[in-house]
Design a protein around this ligand. Sequence first.
Ligand code: IVH
Length: 667
Amino acid sequence: MKGAARAAELRRILERANHAYYVLDKPEMSDGEYDRLFRELQELEAQHPELRTPDSPTHRIGAEPAEGFQRHRHLVPMLSLANAFNEAELVEWEERNARLVPEVKQAGYSLEVKIDGAAVSLTYEDGVFVIGATRGNGVEGEAITGNLRTVLDLPLRLRGKHWPRKMEVRGEVYLSKSRFEKLNQEREAAEEPPFANPRNAAAGALRQLDPKITRRRGLRIFCFHIEAPGQKLPVDTQHELLAQLAEWGFPVEPHYAVAPDLARAQAEVAKLEQLLPNLDYGADGVVVKVDALRLHAELGTVSNREPRWAVARKFAPEVQVTKLLDIKINVGRTGALNPYAVLEPVEIGGVTVSTATLHNFDLIKAKDIRVNDMVEVTRAGEVIPQILGPVLKKGVRRHKPYEPPERCPVCHSRVEHPPDEVMFYCPNVSCPGRIFESIVHFTAIMDIRGLGYERVRALLDAKLIDDVADLYELTPLQLMRLEGFAEKSAQQIVDAIQVSKEQPLSTLLYALGIRHVGAQGAKQLARHFGTMRALAQASADEINQARGIGPAIADAVAGFFAEPKNRKLIERLEKLGLSMHEPAAAEARGPLAGQTYVITGTLPSLSRARAAEVIEAAGGHVTDSVSKNTTALVAGADAGSKLDRAKALGVPVIDEAELLRRARATP
Ligand code: IVH
């Protein structure tokens, strides 16, 4: 077969497989088979760049970073929605509409989950996705096409037929709650600030200049609307439109309903309301739409801002009052004491809540929360329940104010409270609380799937493990005797543990949780020393010589290996067959090969971690301290001593835009 025909065939097969996997949830080929075909297409396109098309699945892995986004004017403005906060407001909405177009009362309604993500507009021409844009001010947004191509379930080419030749499909890009939690776990492990909520994480990902970063977030989309001025749609109602969108290959939120009149629409709304908290994506209401599309034009919009034919039924975040039974403390990997509330179980938004975070001791004091109080609890912004405050009744005697503990609740060491921090710490490195968190950190970084908090806890409680080395001696049979491990999952976990032995030295070093050693530092150490043995034998001074390693890391690493307990652990891990070396990095390639950058201050669009990824993806190195070997300092706002040092040493200082220019340049 000729290259062009084969490329077209591969595109079709791969897009079909992608749709089956992400949209239909019915995979039709193995990951290995997908990868093989994907690589074949990539190679074809590399040899024959003229075969690249805008709908090629190879765009899904992310194009080169952009310097900024072009503006995109929407064909038809992107509107927002009016809200209705109760049943009466919904009735008023219908009455207002009926005064303009009396038929609305008989036209029926469609009811849809209102997805809480980032609004986007997708332009399709002849069935091919050509431009994607943010909402912006409604009239003009930013073209983020490259980023949207990485959205896992967004169709790059439409299926079926009869789509308008040119249309803008409107949808909401979101991050699933489970993906959000996983990302935040990873960020915590990498000592990066967590995302506040899935919506911010999704919106932030869409505006990344580097599509590869967007891709890693694992975004999804639901579509619900079409603008195709002057063209006829093959459907007459909103609910048929949703079915049609699905047929063309768009992901459509599956819980939509129809009702013949408003009374029955209200009943459907109530049903959907129950469902919302249990979905794996954020939903901030139900959208009620006049079902007959021909009435949409008749009803029109309110000052070009909101359509009259749709309204968002919003629900006040549910607040429940329950008793605060106890304030307990979880000891983190670094020894930080994290207080949380133990509550008399209470149902909030269809989920039983029995614990809530209390963040830190200052907050308990500020809200004056005391054990035995009745407290208001909410799941605002879903996910983690929060305590709003106590509900005080006159004449009810309260416990005395809560005092932070003087001793660690797990190992009883005297706690430390650095004067400039809100957190309190347990200083004992062998504290069982810290050990638990360190093992969870280890399993997360070594990518041992299926071993999260609960199962690690179960393994510790059953005394099957005391440290991370014990993980490698677990058998499926031992796991199956525990609650929560079925035969299949027991085998899968043991397999995942075994596979993790192959992780390179850099990953293992990071997973061990040595103080100050993050992903970056671990990589530098592994590159410099090559093997665990070489690193373990090095003095603090020698470690300090490694590129990008400062004295704090050097001391911490040398201190770690000086501890006999740690040496024993490493020896055991080696005997158990863990890889203790770093595979030689392929000769770095890319425009920044052989260059070293330091990043400081707040950059306009990239976080420092992301900027580091951009540099590494282009073959460059990132280190923490400026030296005469530094190629350039990338400085953002509020740069401090590093900027002074760079100036003193005559190291060039560049901004984010210049960095992105360099990273994109052809070597
Ligand atoms: S219809 C003209 N339906 O909510 C189209 N919007 O607060 C008006 N949204 O900008 C929007 N789910 O981004 C519609 N099923 C849904 C929706 C939905 C989420 C978003 C949309 C809109 C925002 C308004």
